[in-house]
Design a binder for this molecule. Structure first.
Ligand code: GUN
Ligand code: FE
Length: 461
């Protein structure tokens, strides 16, 4: 977090119209600095879009750029159910709430409404990249690709694969499923041809996928040069027991996916709440990412993922909303919950040092929300920070935007009076304190603009 005085420079001619090529920090003359960066540019190519500063609290200059959020696990098709889960747990929740809703999205009119809404809503909440699950239906999945492309959100689009242990109104045969997958892959790669929108192979989870299907999906990934893969792993006790019964020859749940070549550096595994040290080691060896979904894990009482334990082993962890196991599509809200869940885990530690170690800081979870997610999706070279050469996937935050939920006070004055009475050094509010104000009480009302690949995707200003 480095934006004391950040300046976005907009390229009007040589790049795609409206795109942003540079962020120049601490610059007195951003135009001159932009020209110095790139000798091909002339003055007419460059528009300085904003002089931004995060000044003193309460002085009205409370805007800053922040890297776009990355949602590493979201079921776009379940958005109508966000908040509707009662007291269910995973397996009865799937049957009662989830499969019936997902099956309804084969109706393209319903799919269009739901998918448009979820993309608009996540963009307004600062999500610049999302790894989506749609449904088993290929046609509405292709529509989701079109919607993400048209609204300019970076997306992985996953047609859900399930050919066994599923209701008869919501299942495909193995052959149908593989055909649908190739149909979607070819459409996204050859017809839509938007590099921001890519396919992701999505075996729903081991119980709803036959061995034959998983084996063929592993091979399909290879055939297309290493496709992204996403699935669920070790979310809930009953689920784990079911997998043990279904795959008695496999050593662990993670081993099932490993056996069918589904664990690669392009694989992101949602939840991993109850994985064993052996499974963590396998995940690290295969360099898979993990999507931590703390709102979902709390809501449907799946458990508490030991994120610090994963990070200590060098595993890449990002955050997921897991709509609609989770009820919020805001990654900022998910990051706050990750912060709190780590405190619940800490309260169970007996030693002071261990307690402190298990707690995730604001900085830790904001990392998970951005760069952690980028790495978990194997996109760390291009996304997640403002490093030179990366995509400009960015949110413009105003801590004190109109109607915002964040109240900033005149700390300078408060400190002076406090000092008179208490003889303390005036506590000067730092930039980190201001960020904490945004982190704990902010929401979409603090997001003025969102860019993906330098192009404006959302504006509330
Ligand atoms: N496991 C299998 N399917 C799902 C799903 O849709 N959501 C969650 N949270 N877990 C799953
Ligand atoms: Fe999920």
């Amino acid at each position: 977090i480095r934006h004391k005085t950040s300046v976005g420079v907009c390229m009007s001619e040589s790049e795609e119209k409206g795109s942003i090529r540079f962020i120049i920090e601490d610059s007195e003359d951003p135009l001159a600095d932009a020209l110095a960066y790139d000798s091909q540019l002339s003055e007419s190519d460059v528009t300085v879009i904003d002089g931004l500063s995060m000044g003193e609290a309460g002085d009205g200059s409370s805007t800053f750029f922040f890297p776009g959020f990355i949602d590493t696990h979201i079921h776009a098709s379940q958005y109508p159910n966000a908040g509707i889960f009662g007291n269910s747990t995973l397996l009865d929740w799937l049957e009662t709430y989830t499969f019936p809703l997902e099956s309804s999205l084969k109706d393209l009119e319903i799919a269009n409404v739901v998918y448009s809404k979820v993309v608009d809503r996540t963009l307004a909440n600062g999500t610049t990249t999302a790894s989506y699950y749609t449904t088993i239906d290929p046609e509405s999945t292709k529509l989701m690709g079109e919607i993400c492309s048209a609204r300019n959100q970076r997306a992985l689009i996953g047609k859900v694969c399930m050919d066994t242990n599923s209701p008869d109104f919501y299942i495909e045969s193995t052959e149908e499923c593989l055909k649908s997958c190739e149909n979607v892959i070819n459409y996204l790669q050859k017809d839509l041809r938007d590099p921001k929108v890519q396919p992701v192979l999505t075996p729903r989870f081991a119980p709803t996928c036959s061995e034959d299907l998983m084996k063929k999906l592993g091979a399909l990934s290879q055939k297309y040069g290493g496709l992204h893969i996403q699935t669920h792993l070790s979310e809930n006790d009953n689920e784990i027991r079911w997998v043990e019964e279904l795959f008695p020859e496999c050593d662990t749940y993670a081993d099932v996916y490993n056996k069918f070549n589904l664990l690669t550096e392009k694989t992101v595994l949602a939840h991993c709440v109850h994985i064993s040290p052996k499974e963590a080691k396998l995940i690290k060896t295969r360099n898979c990412g993990i999507s931590h979904c703390p709102v979902s894990n709390s809501s449907i009482t799946s458990g508490e993922c030991r994120v610090r334990w994963l990070l200590d082993q060098g595993i890449n962890v990002g955050l997921g909303t897991d709509i609609s196991g989770g009820f919020s599509c805001s990654i900022l809200a998910i990051a706050r919950q990750a912060h709190l869940v780590s405190r619940h885990l800490a309260m169970r530690e007996t030693g002071t040092e261990e307690r402190e170690h298990v707690k995730l800081s604001m900085e830790d979870v904001l990392y998970l929300a951005t760069m952690g997610g980028a790495k978990a999706l194997d996109m760390g070279d291009n996304l997640g920070t403002f490093d030179i050469g990366k995509q400009f996937d960015t949110q413009l935050i105003d801590i004190e935007s109109q109607g915002s939920n964040v109240d900033i006070f005149q700390w300078q004055k408060i400190s002076e009076v406090m000092n008179e009475k208490n003889k303390f050094q005036p506590p000067k509010i730092s930039h980190n304190d201001l960020l904490a104000k945004w982190f704990f009480n902010g929401d979409d009302r603090n997001i003025l603009k969102v860019w993906v690949g330098g192009k404006l995707s959302h504006s509330d200003w």
